[in-house]
Ligand binder design. Structure first.
Ligand SMILES: *Cc1c(COP(=O)(O)O)cnc(C)c1O
Length: 300
C-alpha cells in the first residue's frame, strides 16, 4: 500500500451551523480526519507517516513506541505498522491488567507486541533491556508522535486542502506536534488556534517553538477549555458531546475533540471571532478512546 494514500479531500469536509454562529455570520467547516481510515484515524496517521518513511528508507523493520492503555497513538501505530509491513512494539504505561482495554486488544490483534512498564519506570521513557536486546535495529517514535517528523507529516493536513477563504484554523492540542504542523503550513493571513486539553501545560508554548524552529506569530494556544484536565470527563462534557452530535451529526472523543468543539462554541458566544469569519476545524479523530466510557454514556 502506498503511504500517500489517505490525504484529505473535499469528501472529508463537513459544513456545520449552529444558532450562535449563524447570528454572527460565522461559517464552520470540519475536516473529518476521523474518517480518513477506519483504524489509522485522525491526526495520528499524519504524525506517523514520516517516521515510517524514514524506517523504510533505513531498511528498519521494527517500530517501538510508547503510550497508555487507551492511547490513540498506540492504536494508530499498531494499525499503520500492520498496513505497511512493520513489526510494532508498544511500551505500555502501567502493570499488565487482567483484562486488556479495547485499545490494547485491537493493538494485539493487529500484531503489536506489548510490554507493560510500571508507571514510575514508564515516566523515564526508557526502552526495557529485553526489548532492546530483541530489537536492536528498531526505529523509536516518541509518545504521541511528538517531534519534527511528526510536525512535517502534520503539514500535509492542510497542504491538499487549505483554501484562502478560511480565516481561522482550529485544532485540539496535546503534545503540540499537530499544531506545529498547522502553524508552519497555514496561509499568511490565517490564524491557527489550539485548544489545549491539558491543565496548566506551561511548557507547551516552548515545545511548539522548539518544533517550529522560530517564534511564529500566527497562532494562539488557549488553556481555558480542558474541562478539568487531561482525559478528565464530567456529566457536563458528555451532555455537550451528545447535544453536539444531535445538532451537527459530528461524533467527538472525550479527551480531545469534544473539548475542541466545546471551546470553539464558547469562543463564538464570547465574540472571539470577527463577523464573517470562516473556520476550518480539524477533527483529529480519537473516537476509539470513547470505548473506555461506560456503555450508554454517549448516544453515538
Ligand atoms: C493525539 C491527539 C491530539 C493531539 O495531537 P498533538 O499533536 O499531540 O497535539 C488531538 N486529537 C486527537 C484525537 C488525538 O488523538
Amino acid at each position: 500500500m502506498c503511504m500517500d494514500a489517505f490525504l484529505p479531500t473535499a469528501a472529508y469536509i463537513k459544513t456545520i451551523a449552529t444558532q450562535p454562529a449563524k447570528q454572527k455570520n460565522i461559517a464552520m467547516d470540519v475536516l473529518r480526519l476521523d474518517e480518513i481510515h477506519p483504524l489509522i484515524s485522525g491526526n495520528k496517521w499524519f504524525k506517523l507517516k514520516q517516521y515510517l518513511q524514514q524506517a523504510a528508507a533505513a531498511n528498519k523493520k521494527v517500530i517501538i513506541t510508547f503510550g497508555g492503555p487507551f492511547s490513540n497513538h498506540i492504536h494508530a501505530t499498531a494499525a499503520a505498522c500492520k498496513a505497511f509491513g512493520f513489526t510494532a512494539v508498544g511500551i505500555i504505561r502501567g502493570e499488565e491488567p487482567k483484562q486488556l482495554s479495547p485499545t490494547l486488544t485491537d493493538a494485539l490483534a493487529l500484531g503489536m507486541e506489548l510490554y507493560f512498564v510500571p508507571r514510575e519506570v514508564y515516566k523515564l521513557k526508557e526502552i526495557p533491556q529485553t526489548v532492546l536486546k530483541k530489537f536492536p535495529q528498531a526505529l523509536v517514535i516518541n509518545e504521541g508522535g511528538y517531534g519534527k517528523e511528526g510536525m512535517l507529516g502534520a503539514q500535509e493536513i492542510l497542504s491538499t486542502w487549505n483554501q484562502p477563504s478560511y480565516t481561522h484554523i482550529m485544532a485540539a492540542v496535546g503534545t503540540g506536534t499537530t499544531l506545529a504542523g498547522l502553524i508552519t503550513s497555514a496561509l499568511p493571513h490565517q490564524k491557527v488556534i489550539g485548544i489545549s486539553v491539558l491543565k496548566n501545560n506551561a511548557s507547551l508554548q516552548n515545545e511548539v517553538v522548539q518544533l517550529t524552529g522560530r517564534a511564529y506569530t500566527n497562532y494562539r494556544i488557549l488553556h481555558n477549555y480542558h474541562m478539568g484536565g487531561y482525559a478528565k470527563s464530567s456529566t457536563a462534557l458528555f451532555t455537550f458531546m451528545n447535544k453536539w452530535y444531535q445538532q451537527t451529526a459530528i461524533p467527538t472523543d472525550f479527551v480531545y475533540t469534544a473539548k475542541l468543539f466545546y471551546g470553539m462554541n464558547q469562543l463564538i458566544k464570547e465574540d472571539y471571532f470577527p463577523e464573517n469569519s470562516k473556520l476550518l476545524i480539524i477533527h483529529s479523530g480519537g473516537l476509539q478512546g470513547n470505548r473506555s466510557l461506560p456503555k450508554d454514556t454517549l448516544i453515538f
